[in-house]
Design a protein around this ligand. Structure first.
Ligand SMILES: Nc1ncnc2c1ncn2[C@@H]1O[C@H](COP(=O)(O)OP(=O)(O)OP(=O)(O)O)[C@@H](O)[C@H]1O
Length: 541
């Protein structure tokens, strides 16, 4: 679909958007996160702010100044120059569309900044949209005729020209055009530090090329040396035109060697290469692993596979061809990576099989008969009614002999004038179940689960109550700090009801799936209705 016609691409895009929106709506936001958003605080903190910088456009612009005269241009430069034209943003100005590139923001910067390198400019530049009032004031201050006459003037370096060119060609761009270029003009040195010329991250995407290359700076020790030198010069030597960066008869390399970079700039250049050093180290490690025949080690070779290619695609320098031995990936080759992978997968499968993880279920669950056909034909709703009525019948039969049901029955038979004193003897420590074996069972479980005094008290209240034939519903809350043994009490109760063959009288509910899973219970969502139906003493929980 992605590679199809425009219609199909749009359909695919719409579908993806719908899916993302649907998933996002279902996403839960925790209360701390919600509070952060409401208070306008960030949801994360970083020590540095990074600005996306698409350097290739600038280097292309700088090198293009030499494209005609530079007879010894390398093939790679020619190809690159032709294949990757500058990306511009189209804006309507006085009925005419003009292309604006962020490169011009640097080239036509105010005279106050003419000694600022591209690197410094990118760190400080910020693009802001002018408010309507500011725009009106600006329009009044710089009238259009003056702008046009100055724009035609291709000569001297006047202050006026700087201001005009700095506008990127549009001082009165239509209001409805999204990326209006707003700048302040500066006169004094003092303003240099205060002046924030930073790209606003919310608008900068308008100016970015499709393939981010911010990490793919050329290498100092490999590849096209000329391209590397021109890139570093474009970054660190101030320029308005590529001609500023080197002399007519000079190569980029000579200009690079001859330029005195500051200590900070040299340090930055060194840092640019750290990523490549890491990649090299990773490749060396892969080579080492291969040598050691990692196939002998179950897990070792998993790390080894694909070591040649850095999976952080955006960080790979597209300029440098990745050296991949295709033979290594062919299945026919017994030493190929794919075969090694297959071999490891079989080994792991055997390990898992031998450990019994793939054995059939111990509980002997009957297999579902997929070929089953009902003996009588009924519509869906008729089946539904039948199932519901059978369910009711089943629940009624099961709860017929439960004490609560009996108690309710008995209670209903008493008249309104009668005072009934509820039996709450089960709360006493000296309570003894009517039947001796029930009393014994309670004692055994207290002992088996080594319940402490408080746990025992809680357990006995529920267990005693369960042995009574006439009693009100027990509503009880068992609280305590984390790890104080609440779950232990519940486990004891599960065992108690289990041994009385009354597992159906207890239902474990928890607010989250993981909490419920710890006690083999369910989440609260499915609770209330079933809880009432099973007449569990935990109904009130
Ligand atoms: N009487 C006991 N004898 C021995 N071990 C116990 C006893 N009561 C609790 N424990 C142990 O203490 C640990 C914490 O107990 P438990 O999980 O029941 O606490 P909890 O109050 O339910 O904790 P949380 O609120 O964090 O879920 C468990 O490992 C449990 O086995």
């Amino acid at each position: 679909m992605i590679g199809g016609s425009t219609d199909r691409q749009n359909t695919a895009r719409r579908l993806m958007t719908k899916m993302v929106n649907t998933l996002t709506a279902k996403m839960e936001i925790g209360s701390p996160m919600a509070s952060l958003y409401l208070l306008g605080n960030p949801d994360h903190y970083t020590s540095h702010k990074f600005i996306l910088f698409y350097w290739k456009n600038y280097v292309r612009e700088a090198r293009s100044a030499w494209i005609d005269t530079e007879n010894n241009t390398t093939e790679s430069f020619n190809t690159e120059y032709k294949d990757a034209p500058d990306k511009v943003v189209l804006q309507k100005y006085d009925g005419t569309y003009i292309g604006i590139s962020s490169v011009y923001d640097y080239i036509y910067r105010p005279t106050a900044y003419e000694r600022m390198s591209l690197y410094g400019w990118i760190c400080k530049a910020k693009k802001e949209k002018r408010s309507k009032e500011e725009q009106q004031e600006f329009d009044v201050h710089y009238d259009k005729d003056e702008l046009e006459s100055n724009a035609e003037d291709d000569g001297t370096d006047t202050e006026g020209e700087d201001e005009i060119n700095f506008l990127g060609g549009g001082d009165s761009i239509d209001d409805d055009i999204e990326d209006e270029v707003g700048h302040q003009d500066l006169d004094s040195e003092d303003e240099l530090n205060d002046y924030q010329i930073m790209y606003d991250e919310h608008e900068s995407h308008e100016f970015l090329p499709e393939h981010p290359q911010y990490c793919g700076l050329p290498r100092c020790d490999q590849g096209d040396r000329e391209y590397y030198c021109s890139t570093m010069l474009a970054l660190f030597k101030p320029w308005q035109c590529g001609k500023y960066l080197k002399l007519e008869n000079e190569s980029w390399d000579e200009a690079f060697v001859g330029y005195s970079f500051s200590a900070r700039q040299l340090e930055l250049m060194k840092n640019f290469n750290i990523k490549y050093k890491c990649n090299d180290a990773q490749d060396d490690y892969s080579a080492e692993m291969k040598k050691k025949d990692a196939r002998e080690n179950i897990f070792g070779s998993w790390e080894d596979i694909g070591g040649e290619v850095d999976t952080n695609c955006s960080l790979i320098n597209e300029d440098i061809p990745i050296d991949i031995d295709e033979d290594m990936y062919m299945l026919g080759n017994p030493n190929s990576i794919n075969n090694q992978k297959l071999h490891e997968m079989n080994r792991i499968e055997n390990v898992v099989k031998n450990a019994g993880w793939l054995d059939s279920c111990i509980g002997n669950i009957d297999p579902v008969d997929t070929s089953f056909k009902p003996g009588e034909k009924q519509s869906g709703s008729q089946w539904n009614v039948l199932v519901q009525s059978l369910k009711k019948l089943f629940i009624a039969t099961r709860s017929k002999n439960l004490p609560e049901a009996k108690a309710i029955k008995d209670k209903n038979s008493t008249s309104n004038d009668e005072v009934v004193v509820d039996d709450i003897s089960y709360l006493n420590k000296i309570f003894k179940a009517e039947k001796e074996h029930e009393h014994q069972l309670i004692n055994t479980i207290v002992h088996e689960f080594s319940l402490n005094d408080e746990q025992e008290r809680a357990f006995r209240i529920v267990a005693n109550h369960a042995t009574m034939t006439k009693s009100e519903q027990l509503k009880m809350y068992l609280g305590g700090m984390g790890g104080t043994g609440k779950s232990q009490v519940i486990k004891a109760l599960i065992a108690f009801f289990d041994r009385r063959n009354e597992s159906h009288r207890i239902m474990i509910l928890a607010p989250t799936g993981s909490a419920a899973a710890l006690l083999n219970g369910s989440t609260c969502g499915c609770g209330p209705v079933l809880c009432m139906a099973c007449m569990s003493p935990f109904c009130g929980l």
